[in-house]
Design a protein around this ligand. Structure first.
Ligand code: 5GP
Ligand code: MG
Ligand code: MG
Length: 183
């Protein structure tokens, strides 16, 4: 759906459908150049990364494999605690593989730190991270994020896979949620 279908729920549109496709194409080109001669396994984290995965993977001009994990963070309220439970593990044995984690957004990065160490223990050839969005707190993270679409301010954003209470994932653009929706 388009922004016009949720009119009033958005403060503003941060990134249009075109902005997103253009940035993902640039990221894919960079990734392809960096991984020349290497097979890539894209690992998406459900559910937020579904749109990024769909469009980033199709922006490549060569074959990539795709797999998914679903995890749940234990923790109170809205912030993740870094204690993570695997709800759905990979189907793929990643030993010796070049793994690129595909994320929608990194906030504290706690879940991602856990995921990187979990995947690293399975003896992959490499583990890197690509995220469409990154918030300021993520810069405190010990984990290095190799590919970032955009750094954004500390605001709650929705659309393009990102939800508020499972809503707005199917919005084509990314926007800032109006406070009246959640207060
Ligand atoms: P982290 O472990 O990095 O704090 O948590 C990242 C997860 O929190 C994201 O995958 C996403 O599910 C959620 N999240 C963080 N910031 C936002 C935001 O601005 N909008 C939405 N919809 N989800 C967010
Ligand atoms: Mg995510
Ligand atoms: Mg969510």
């Amino acid at each position: 759906m388009d922004a016009s279908h949720v009119d009033g729920d958005l403060v503003n549109v941060l990134f249009s459908e075109d902005d997103i496709q253009q940035r993902l194409a640039e990221m894919a080109a960079q990734i392809e150049a960096d991984y020349e001669g290497k097979d890539i396994l894209l690992v998406g984290v459900l559910k937020g990364a579904i749109m990024v995965m769909a469009d980033l993977s199709r922006a490549f001009s060569r074959h990539v494999e795709i797999d998914w994990m679903a995890v749940s963070s234990y923790g109170s309220g809205t912030k993740s605690s870094g204690v993570v439970r695997i709800l759905k593990d990979l189907d793929t044995d990643i030993s010796g593989r070049h793994v690129l984690i595909v994320e929608d957004i990194i906030d504290t990065g706690l879940t991602l730190s856990w995921l990187v160490s979990n995947l690293s223990s399975r003896k992959p050839a490499s583990v890197e991270i690509a995220t469409l969005l990154r918030k300021p707190d993520a810069l405190q993270m010990s984990v290095d994020v190799k590919y970032v679409g955009w750094d954004i301010p500390n605001e709650f954003v929705i659309g393009y896979g990102l939800d508020y209470s499972e809503r707005y994932r199917n919005l084509r653009c990314i926007g800032t949620l109006a406070p009246h929706v959640y207060s």
